[in-house]
Design a protein around this ligand. Structure first.
Ligand code: TA6
Length: 302
């Protein structure tokens, strides 16, 4: 495995060619390519990559609040989606794994795990003041031959209990939003932000998108069930969650895409889809010294 680590980003390439690139800013994954160099994530052409604002695309990390929570006193002063995606994380190092079987086709590593850390000492004064709790985050990004795994360990390092929400805001790259269908969200409760947060139960058919979509599903299959994204009937991505009870589906569509200064090209909404694993309904509570872990495994079909 080839790892390079500059003062702003970390990247890794497997012997077979798969690659991942992560900004230390927000520990934001900004690129994930398969062995043939096909980019799997969508990144706006106007995304700020200089730390001046959260990245529009890739996989921003949402913590300790999803959206804004004006009536949740402890997080009510935080910016939308919290501070994790706009703080500078530390690179803690990497570990590689060889395939255990001797018959592995290609000599060398089959996967590499990159670890990143965030604690109060990494936060701006403003963020510390807005959310004055002792915490520790370890975010691991594992690049495999056919998969990308992101997992987060959250620890309460203080004496007082506190609660959080977290979500991995993955922007998938697709060819044509009109050819997309999503399974794994059938017959499930969801709230629809396009309909001012009203609650519904989804039908037993796959989800397709034909206008602005912004929904928070609690899949009936539970916090570790799979969601499949198909394009033209062919599987493109599989997302298996671990301890993440919600899945958010978002596409801004034409008008909102035009309205975001860092969303480019305007027509880009046709080539992206956010399907986001998160624990965002209610709050995860951690007592002193307790930890929580959650994440997702994304499989990409070539
Ligand atoms: O993906 C769900 C969502 O909460 C949408 O409501 C939309 O606001 C999106 O996140 C992007 O949020 P951002 O703060 O990155 O512009």
């Amino acid at each position: 495995v080839n790892i390079s680590h500059s003062n702003s980003r970390v990247s890794a390439v497997l012997p077979t060619g798969e690659s991942v690139e992560i900004l230390l800013y927000g520990a934001t994954i900004i690129s994930w390519k398969d062995a043939k160099g096909n980019e799997k994530l969508w990144l706006s052409e106007a995304a700020k990559l200089d730390g001046s604002k959260a990245v529009r695309g890739g996989v921003p990390l949402v913590f300790p609040v999803f959206g804004t929570a004006p009536d949740h006193a402890p997080t009510s002063k935080l910016p939308q989606h919290g501070f994790a995606r706009s703080s500078r994380w530390e690179f803690l190092g990497k570990s590689t794994s060889e395939s255990s079987t001797l018959s592995s086709s290609s000599a060398g590593d089959d996967s590499v795990k990159l670890d990143f850390g965030l604690s109060p000492s990494n936060l701006s004064e403003e963020s510390r003041k807005a959310w004055p709790f002792e915490f520790g985050l370890i975010y691991s990004v594992t690049l495999g031959r056919e998969s990308l795994t992101t997992s987060l360990v959250v620890r309460n390092e203080g004496e007082k209990a506190w609660e959080f929400q977290t979500l991995m805001h993955t922007y998938f790259r697709i060819k044509d939003i009109s050819q997309i269908s999503i399974t794994g969200l059938e017959s499930s409760p969801y709230t629809d932000k396009v309909l001012s947060g009203a609650s519904f139960t989804s039908p037993s058919t796959a989800l397709t998108l034909s206008s602005k979509t912004d929904r928070v599903y609690t899949p009936a299959g539970g916090p570790s069930s799979a969601v499949i994204i198909k394009e033209g009937g062919k599987k493109k991505f599989g997302i298996v969650r671990d301890n993440m009870s919600e899945v958010v589906v978002w596409n801004p569509w034409a008008e909102d895409a035009r309205g975001m200064a860092d969303f480019s090209p305007n027509e880009g909404y046709k080539e992206m889809l956010c399907v986001e694993a998160g624990a965002v309904k209610g709050w995860q509570k951690l007592e002193q010294g307790e930890t929580w872990e959650g994440g997702q495994v994304i499989m990409a079909a070539n």
